[in-house]
Write a protein that binds this ligand. Structure first.
Ligand SMILES: Cc1ncc(COP(=O)(O)O)c(C=O)c1O
Length: 380
């Protein structure tokens, strides 16, 4: 049987990994500055992570959400502890799209409305409602396009607020930092004004922190850089399980659950919780949010000096840097000549840098040197 062929692939087969390093089937070592789309938060094969998952596998891997699972409460407690968000409830899912799907559903349950405000260049996932608020016509099937959505520029504060004040908007969904769109940071003013307008109109504010959350921006969630913003729902996934597929929603305490309102077979299983607990443990014990801030500042400064770089954007260890030429060939040379994994985005000229949060200055220097070498070969 053939695979359903939807992914352009690099000709590299990883077989093991440790920290930032990935070893392929030929025994070659690669540096990971991408974490497989921002997933690897605490580094590959962290000993605490391996122990937590192995121990759990030897006890029980899975039972459904029809029995007690205190590990779920422990994850909730630990998220509250590291994020400082104490007035939220946690609902587990399995991916980022599923987190956003449930957030949109919850919003519509709450105020009975259907229209959604989202942003140009956003990406919220591929499930039905999530993809309908993702402005990429190529990935929206007719069956997904079932409710009205309006897309605004991240700078159009007035336009967004006017639309919210129409009073018929179910939800505003916005990434803490736009990722797939090329790393664009919404202004604190935008988030604060949306928050106010949402509160006055009973519109649900959903912060999609699937990529920007879990310490990557230097705070646990990127929206926490904007003072006073208190979303109704925060969605998360990627860094949450360091590779184990798990996602979640933080739902403000003002939303009351009712039996059967949301549900999932796999979400929050024991093995997923073991992954989450070890990730949160390492983020706290290794001070990774602080590391993301300090090393992120260093990386921003160093990347600005790279030959041909026109703009560097982002926060902490979520950085996009743009050139005045398309980066596809450069990325190929980085993989094959320099053995470096780094990301692209929907902007052809922008590279996305989303390394494990454990990275240090030494690794940034390795990246910068490799970039300069690879760029020199492009123009020689
Ligand atoms: C901001 C954001 N939201 C949602 C998603 C979808 O997550 P998943 O691929 O886990 O469904 C992504 C994936 O890239 C994302 O970056």
């Amino acid at each position: 049987m053939k695979l359903f062929d939807v992914y352009p692939l690099y000709n590299v087969e990883p077989v093991s990994a440790l920290g930032f390093e990935i070893i392929d089937s030929k025994g070659d070592t690669y540096f990971d500055f991408y974490g497989g789309h921002a997933v690897i938060s605490i580094g590959h094969s962290h000993p605490k992570y391996i122990k937590s998952l192995t121990d759990q596998l030897n006890r029980i891997a899975f039972y459904s959400n029809s029995v007690l699972n205190p590990m779920q409460n422990e994850v909730a407690q630990r998220i509250a502890d590291v994020s400082g968000l104490n007035n939220y409830q946690l609902f587990f899912v399995n991916s980022g799209a599923e987190a956003n799907e449930n957030a949109l559903k919850l919003a519509s349950f709450h105020n009975g409305r259907k229209k959604v405000i989202a942003f140009k260049k956003a990406f919220h996932g591929r499930t039905s409602a999530a993809v309908n608020v993702t402005p990429d016509a190529k990935i929206v099937a007719p069956i997904n396009a079932t409710f009205e959505k309006v897309f605004f520029d991240l700078t159009d504060i007035e336009g967004v607020c006017e639309e919210i004040f129409q009073g018929d908007v179910a939800a505003v969904i916005i990434e803490g930092i736009q990722g797939v769109g090329g790393v664009h940071v919404p202004s604190a003013e935008l988030l604060q004004k949306i928050q106010k307008a949402c509160t006055l109109t009973d519109t649900v504010l959903i912060l999609d922190e699937v990529q920007s959350g879990y310490g990557r921006s230097g705070k646990f969630f990127a929206f926490q850089h904007a003072e006073g913003v208190e979303p109704d729902v925060v969605t998360m996934a990627k860094g949450m399980g360091n590779g184990f597929p798990v996602g979640g929603l933080l739902i403000h305490e003002k939303f009351a659950p009712r039996m059967g309102m949301l549900g999932t077979t796999f979400g929050g299983n024991q093995l997923a919780c073991a992954a989450c607990i070890s990730v949160l443990d390492v983020i706290k014990s290794e001070n990774l949010m602080h590391n993301a801030q300090v090393i992120g500042d260093y990386a921003m400064a160093e990347l600005k000096k790279v030959h041909g770089v026109k703009e560097v954007r982002g926060m902490g260890l979520m950085i996009g840097f743009s050139f005045d030429f398309p980066i596809a060939e450069l990325r190929k040379r980085l993989v094959y000549n320099e053995h470096i994994f780094i990301g692209s985005s929907s902007e052809p000229n922008t590279i996305r840098f989303l390394p494990p949060l454990t990275i240090g200055k030494k690794e940034i220097d390795i990246l910068v040197a490799a970039l300069n070498r690879a760029i020199a070969t492009l123009f020689s």
